[in-house]
Write a protein that binds this ligand. Sequence first.
Ligand code: RIB
Ligand code: CA
Length: 307
Amino acid sequence: MAKKIILDVDPGIDDAVALCLALEDPALDVLAVTATGGTVSPEQATINVQAIVEQLDPPRLPRLGCASPDQMLRTDGRHLFGADGLCGAHFAVAKRHHQHSSVKVICDEVRAAPGDVTIIATGPLTNIAAALQQQPDLASLIGHLIIIGGTLSGPGNVTAAAEFNIYCDAEAARAVFQSQTTKTLVPFDLTSRVVLNFDLLEKLPGEDSPRGELLRKILPGAFRMYRQNLGVEGIHLHDAVAVIAAIEPELFTTERMYGDVETEGTLTHGVTVFDRRRLPENRPNMDVAVDLDTAAVTQRIVRRLVE
Ligand code: RIB
Ligand code: CA
């Protein structure tokens, strides 16, 4: 039976690619796609979610959730992927007059299938923390939460020490880490091992397919931005790795750990800290991916994008 999924995303190129993978995979039943600010403002994230889902036109439309315009974020990612977060792709969207909040959609969908829903969180954890704060029993009703973010042993990508998703809303991340939810963290050090090369562009499906059209609009700009802004010949698709973790967890090695988030440090704000001492002070609160089969994960992503 297909795994029931909610994707909580801040699109973002790699979030868009994660949506491509998830919405088309028969192993997943995507119930909802909820927007959070992060890479872009909450308003832009909401528009991007709608645009990407409409562009992909999946056989079964997921519910969409909108990010709260009041979301407080420490930074955004516009310097890397442009003001719209999608390298200026310009997808047309019809204005929606009424859309439920991401938090409501998450709460509703988890309650409708208690214990059965996996949430893949590929942006700041504001929505998940708010859902858990509004409905504390939700923690035991979420089947599994897969989080992209944090670092196991650094370095960061937004500051010298911190990873972007966690840094944007470190307080929310801390609350989610400390919740009773069953969760797996896939840290930035691991997702960074997966690098997609330029030859991906030549293998993409044609513009006559919805996926081909979307990927051909966003990926060339992503390669350009990575080269110009980061000096990297290739791109990372961190969030796509999360979708593979949901479909093929056996490609990842995890360890049980106690993880927490620094919310006060000047140089270390948003840093993830794991108690790996022989005798940790607290009981483990998450599985942390410590290794992955890089070649297999990369191959799975490429195969799903080009087939
Ligand atoms: O640090 C990488 C993460 O930050 C990815 O999820 C990217 O999309 C941004 O949200
Ligand atoms: Ca993201």
